[in-house]
Design a protein around this ligand. Structure first.
Ligand SMILES: NC(=O)c1ccc[n+]([C@@H]2O[C@H](COP(=O)([O-])OP(=O)(O)OC[C@H]3O[C@@H](n4cnc5c(N)ncnc54)[C@H](O)[C@@H]3O)[C@@H](O)[C@H]2O)c1
Length: 436
């Protein structure tokens, strides 16, 4: 077993699904490939993969795939020579390309992993699917809603495998937490809060000024939707996953408040996604203050989940033993202002409730570096892609979830840019979930 090989049995066991067989896994259909019988069908084969875009995320995937026993990196492609050479140093046997169309013409390649700037996701994905290749494309799906829809339609038409880099679907703590939502553990979901705070300019060093837009593509509207497509996409998926519905209208406000350095994308955004039952999902991001880090919080009437922290907080925590209550009272000087009799002995403030982890060995990260974080589901996602390339079978749910998270991010951006409350456009609805 290689360093990045997934112990699929242990993965499923951690979810508490082992022994309950296909019944429980059928509630998580995108993970069914991890079942032992499905693994046997793959017969230890390797998927022949080309990496298109060997910048920071591309290199991160290459480093992981090198120690996956179901992956064989046969080709590398990048238009920027230093990045292509970085990748070639890791994969000396892989063929090098500078034009992705030549990669697609190669019969050696079964699947492509696209880690290019956002504006190239749709053209390369659509060309690759039409050329008969299986595709893993990084998130966000595409730069515009029209492109997302065209990618989705091509995926459905060709029947090829398509993965989008939404790794939360393969992150144990998220899977478990969402299972808790669906089993009613937190009661009725009454709100979802997403936030992502950092304190840096989001710039990459540029060796010469003519390369500014190419290297710092995230900062320019032609290539990127800024915080919405780079960060929000991951978090907005939680709304669709938890609520199994899409919002009916969207509003928001975005500005460049602090990093006034020639960039075109907002550095400060607030968006509200309104659902027809009155529930709201919010996304807030500021990149000039990092005090609150990042998280996704699902608020239910009997409990709360902090997904990135992997924690669950019941609304009514179990009462501490008597002596502990007494210590709590002394520590918090509670005798000064409340009666020592009756139920007020257990403090009710959220800060007193330390919560519980939703799975063992929760791995968290502060969201400051999104190239890749240990235990965030990225390795499982790419490994599952390699399995799907070998089997040739698309997996359910993933594309639809990714589609809606990208559409929500782009509609949020549009609402901010146009200063409008947007109704969810009919033409971007796909056959998935409850649209009421
Ligand atoms: N899922 C995640 O958590 C995650 C994390 C980081 C980045 N990403 C995504 O990965 C993608 C790449 O991000 P990055 O940080 O690696 O960017 P990057 O700028 O470091 O790398 C992009 C690479 O693509 C190359 N490129 C540009 N046009 C190309 C073309 N036509 N053909 C071939 N190569 C081309 C560039 O030269 C560069 O080497 C983005 O979509 C980003 O959102 C996802």
């Amino acid at each position: 077993m290689g360093e990045s090989d997934i112990d699929r049995r242990a993965f499923i066991k951690q979810l508490g699904l082992i022994g309950q067989g296909s019944l429980m896994l059928s509630a998580l259909p995108w993970l069914e490939g991890f079942a032992a019988d499905k693994q046997k069908e793959l017969k230890g084969e390797k998927a022949k993969i080309a990496i298109i875009g060997t910048g920071s995320r591309g290199l991160y995937h290459i480093n992981n795939m090198l120690s996956m026993s179901n992956a064989d990196i046969v080709a590398l492609c990048d238009i920027y020579p230093p990045h292509l050479e970085d990748a070639a140093a890791l994969c000396p046997k892989a063929k090098k390309y500078t034009d992705y169309r030549e990669v697609l013409a190669s019969t050696d390649v079964e699947g492509v992993l696209i880690a290019c700037p956002l504006h190239m996701h749709a053209p390369i994905t659509i060309d690759a699917l039409n050329a008969g290749k299986h595709v893993f494309c990084e998130k966000s799906m595409a730069r515009t809603p029209e492109q997302c829809k065209a990618m989705y339609d091509t995926y459905k038409m060709t029947g090829k495998v398509l993965y989008i880099g939404q790794q939360r679907l393969f992150d144990l703590k998220y899977i478990k937490a969402l299972e808790m939502v669906h089993s009613g553990k937190i009661g009725e979901v009454v709100g979802i809060r997403n936030f992502w705070f950092r304190n840096n300019d989001w710039r990459r060093p540029v060796p010469e000024p003519s390369l500014e837009r190419q290297i710092n593509w995230r900062l320019y509207k032609e290539y990127s939707g800024g915080l919405m497509t780079e960060l929000a996409t991951h978090q907005l998926q939680i709304g669709t996953w938890a609520l199994k519905r899409i919002p009916d209208y969207i509003m928001g406000s975005g500005d460049i408040v602090f990093w006034k350095d020639g960039r075109e994308v907002y550095d400060n955004v607030n968006v509200i996604y309104h659902y027809s039952n009155g529930v709201k999902m919010t996304f807030e991001s500021i990149i000039s203050n990092k005090r609150y880090g990042m998280d996704e919080q699902i608020l239910g009437h009997t409990g709360t989940l902090e997904l990135a922290m992997g924690k669950y907080y019941p609304e009514e925590p179990k009462q501490a033993p008597g002596i502990q209550q007494f210590i709590n009272q002394i520590e918090h000087k509670a005798f000064d202002n409340i009666s020592i009799a009756g139920p007020s002995w257990v403090p009710e403030t959220a800060s007193e409730n330390k919560g519980e982890f939703v799975v063992d060995n929760v791995k968290t990260h502060d969201g400051s570096n999104t190239t890749g974080a240990v235990g965030d589901g990225s390795i499982e996602l790419v490994s599952s892609f390699c399995d799907s390339v070998i089997s040739g079978k698309p997996i359910p749910v993933l594309v639809e979830e990714a589609y809606y998270s990208s559409i929500l991010a782009l509609l949020g951006l549009q609402a901010m840019e146009e200063h409008k409350i947007l109704a969810f456009p009919e033409e971007y609805k796909i056959p998935y979930l409850n649209h009421a």
